[in-house]
Design a protein around this ligand. Structure first.
Ligand code: IMP
Length: 451
């Protein structure tokens, strides 16, 4: 069977912990979208592994697959594999031949386009990894795929077609001088070597066929989404989104497993007990602000809200794993979660970071919005409309910190924390599978195992 893990908010919900937790029951762990824009840290046997592309399950000896919905930077891929080997592991990583390849010009263009967009406040605060430009080329049918790296003639043809266009874009449209990143010969030499290594290590696979075979053989497959529903290219707060589909549909198109296969499995939505995000655009339940990201925000004052924001940011370590940037924080946004539950079809949820909210006198949630004078319970379709929404807050009694590592059962959780979690579960009509109460693997209360 399959278990799909999906971020229900804006990314950084703590999916890595849940993948890590339930990954023990999986034989194969698959990423189905995104690239090296996702950061997670896994600690195994006292050793820390920082991964942004390779599925974290490989650290525990699982087969890791990068699905066709991913965009793969071979330099990052091999760096991560080499680092795992240096630390004594023998990672088994497969890469879909249909996955698209990030080339150096994609990263350059990511930076140039973000700069240009920032003049009109349209920049998405991307991770700068070339993700968007690579997906643009995929949709524009001018991309280079992993399978192309394995065939020198095809690779040469692809590069000869696309690179002059990219160079012209950088030079003529954006007025930027270009270098080796836009040179066909240099790219050809470099990427041919990547292709040879991929082949030598037996990594390329026909992803759908490979995974369907695994399912047919009775193996357990975990499908790991990166980022989150509200930064999904279709269902998120466009244009402040990533360029792929973190939602459950992406788990089908991004792997080649049929919706009827994925739909027979479990879909676990990962919820952070409050909200955090990187990037610009509206955020109706935001507390305080982050300069340069919160619209109209020009620095903090000493209001209670600002103190709360700082407290949550510090307690929750709300700084980007890949970029180190301070994240914006806010109360849990229920319309956002209802939207996610519907779009993804959650069969369960895992709620993380309840420890971060401990010690607060009261904890609020945005229960609904007021939009153009009407109460509404889910997100509107456009980001501009979302910006008009005012959150109607509901207040819960706060809970005191406890020895989280000693929480072994639902009843060990503080009563007010249980009330809060019950509310979220009822509103989303999804059982709680796990509760995250601290950074370590042991700080997780496991109520149900999806496998
Ligand atoms: P990109 O994915 O680098 O193109 O960035 C597009 C948007 O998605 C930006 O707002 C990023 O901050 C956001 N984003 C990308 N990856 C992550 C992630 O792993 N967690 C949270 N936000 C992300």
């Amino acid at each position: 069977m399959t278990v799909t893990i999906v971020g229900s908010q804006l990314g950084d919900e703590g999916k890595g912990r849940v993948v890590d937790l339930y990954g023990d029951g999986a034989d194969v762990v698959v990423r189905y979208q995104g690239g090296d824009n996702a950061g997670h840290t896994v600690v195994e046997g006292g050793t820390e592994y920082k991964l942004s592309l390779v599925p974290s399950g490989v650290v525990r000896g699982k087969v890791g697959v990068l699905g066709n919905g991913c965009v793969v930077n071979p330099a990052t891929l091999f760096d991560e594999i080499d680092e795992l080997r240096d630390k004594g592991l023998d990672p088994d990583v497969r890469v879909a031949e249909r996955a698209h390849v990030i080339l150096p010009y994609h990263r350059v263009l990511d930076g140039i386009e973000e700069d240009a967009k920032s003049k009109g406040d349209l920049d998405a605060a991307t991770t700068g990894r070339g993700i968007g430009p690579t997906y643009e080329d995929k949709a524009g049918r001018r991309g280079v795929r992993v399978g192309d790296l394995l065939d020198p003639d095809v690779l040469r043809d692809r590069l000869e077609y696309v690179v002059p266009q990219k160079r012209a874009l950088a030079e003529d449209v954006f007025g930027v001088e270009t270098g080796e990143e836009f040179d066909v010969d240099a790219l050809y030499e470099q990427y041919l070597v990547y292709g040879e290594r991929l082949a030598e290590e037996g990594m390329p696979v026909n992803c759908g066929e490979f995974l369907a075979g695994q399912v047919d053989d009775g193996n357990e497959v975990m499908l790991e989404g990166a980022q989150g529903t509200s930064i999904d290219i279709d269902h998120g707060i466009y244009p402040y989104v990533t360029s792929s589909n973190p939602t459950t549909g992406g788990a089908c198109t991004g792997t080649g497993l049929a919706p009827t296969v994925v739909g027979q499995g479990e879909v676990i939505g990962i919820v952070k007990a409050y909200l955090s995000r990187v990037g610009t655009g509206p955020l109706p339940t935001e507390l305080g602000g982050v300069e340069g990201h919160t619209p109209g925000y020009e620095g903090g004052d000493d209001s209670d809200e600002e103190d709360l924001a700082t407290y949550i940011r510090e307690e929750g370590g709300e700084y980007g794993t890949v970029t180190g940037r301070a994240r914006r924080v806010g109360w849990l946004d229920m319309p956002m979660l209802r939207h996610a539950a519907r779009a993804n079809g959650f069969t369960g949820i895992a709620v993380n970071h309840v420890d971060v909210l401990a010690s607060l006198d009261e904890v609020k949630v945005g229960h609904s919005y007021t939009f153009r004078g009407e109460e509404t319970f889910t997100m509107p379709s456009t980001t501009e409309q979302w910006g008009e929404c005012e959150a109607n807050l509901r207040t819960f009694d706060g809970w005191d910190p406890v020895d989280w590592s000693a929480v072994d059962a639902w009843d060990d959780l503080p009563k007010h924390c249980r009330d809060y979690l019950d509310y979220v579960s009822d509103e989303l009509d999804a059982d709680i599978f796990a509760v995250g109460m601290g950074p370590d693997r042991e700080d997780t209360l496991v109520l149900d195992d999806p496998f």
